[in-house]
Design a protein around this ligand. Structure first.
Ligand SMILES: Nc1ncnc2c1ncn2[C@@H]1O[C@H](COP(=O)(O)OP(=O)(O)OP(=O)(O)O)[C@@H](O)[C@H]1O
Ligand SMILES: [Mg+2]
Length: 302
């Protein structure tokens, strides 16, 4: 290609410069909004269908009943599901203010939700978006959602280490950390190693690991380890990650999720819901304890 062929026209240059300006302005809005949120935690796994979204929703509910102000951002642009786990229908919308900012929808037990799933007209809307479009959708959702003051923002990521994960890590300043979710299969090790390498590369600390679908308790109290036993706990020890806890398999979880009921509210006395309360306590003690230590050490980070 000749050097002439590679040159961009004045008009193209203007369009690119204008686009860069818009992106910078949105980035500024994100920084301002994120300043009002104390802890920003992404929930991650390298494998699909391990219950990330269910874990995100339940941990958010457990943090809310533990007295924290909580929001959840659904960053799974292809298959947003967080709104449904809180009983909110697809296409419900997010109220907009005259200045164009959007208010997250509050769902019981007091969790604020922002998701493309609320903005899309119907469940069947196909989202065949390439990297740059996914990035701008997430950037706009972050720039224009008015969370107000929050203690925790949990971010539900799609599986893997692709555009959404990179975008979130690059757009959100001072991420508190990531929580890894796994099931106790042989794949766990590879999953955790990938997750660890990714968070290291992005300089985001790992807060801990949660094992979902750990076991099934029969009505006669015998326990069956359907996918294997103790893998996440072993990995946590080996790689020096905090083991946050395990969630049993409970068919009522899938039923509640499918019906748009919030499992944590419908079955507060279940083993799974009690486990989430304990996990929330651990997360609180790790992240709030850490920031207290930093404050006491006179660090100016917040
Ligand atoms: N502990 C559990 N016991 C029984 N069913 C569960 C449990 N955890 C999750 N499920 C069910 O497993 C399915 C997958 O869960 P979920 O959608 O939360 O996974 P995910 O990791 O977010 O999936 P994706 O990779 O598609 O985003 C859902 O039907 C959910 O109801
Ligand atoms: Mg999901």
């Amino acid at each position: 290609m000749s050097s002439k062929g590679m040159r961009i026209s004045k008009g193209e240059y203007k369009a690119v410069a204008q686009r860069m300006k818009v992106i910078q302005e949105q980035q500024k809005l994100i920084v301002e909004k994120m300043k009002r949120i104390k802890y920003k935690i992404a929930i991650m796994s390298n494998k699909g269908g391990v219950g990330k979204s269910f874990v995100t929703a339940s941990l958010a509910a457990a943090l809310a009943v533990s007295g924290r102000k909580v929001g959840v951002l659904d960053a799974d642009v292809h298959g947003p599901s967080i709104h449904k786990l809180f009983g909110l229908p697809t296409g419900l919308g997010m109220p907009a203010k005259p200045d164009g900012t959007m208010i997250p929808v509050e769902a019981p037990p007091g969790v604020k939700i922002a998701s493309l799933g609320l903005l899309l007209p119907e469940d069947e809307t196909p989202l065949i978006w390439r990297g740059p479009i996914k990035t701008s959708a997430l950037r706009e959702l972050l720039a224009f959602t008015e969370w107000g003051d929050l203690d925790y923002l949990l971010i539900d990521l799609p599986p893997g280490t692709g555009d959404e994960q990179l975008t979130i890590a690059q757009l959100i300043p001072n991420m508190t950390g990531v929580i890894l979710v796994t099931i106790p299969s042989d794949l766990s090790k590879a999953i955790v190693l990938k997750g660890l390498a990714f968070s290291k590369r992005l300089n985001v600390p790992v807060i801990g690991i949660i094992e979902n679908m750990s076991y099934f308790r029969c009505p006669d109290d015998t326990i069956h380890y359907i996918f294997g036993k103790g893998a996440a706990e072993d990995i946590a020890k080996k790689y020096n990650i905090e083991y946050l806890g395990s969630i049993p398999i409970d068919p009522r979880i899938r039923e509640a999720n499918d019906k748009g009921k919030v499992f944590f509210i419908e079955y507060p006395d279940s083993e799974a819901s009690k486990a989430f309360l304990k996990i929330a306590e651990k997360v609180i003690s790790i992240v709030e304890g850490d920031s207290k230590e930093k404050e006491e050490a006179g660090s100016d980070e917040s």
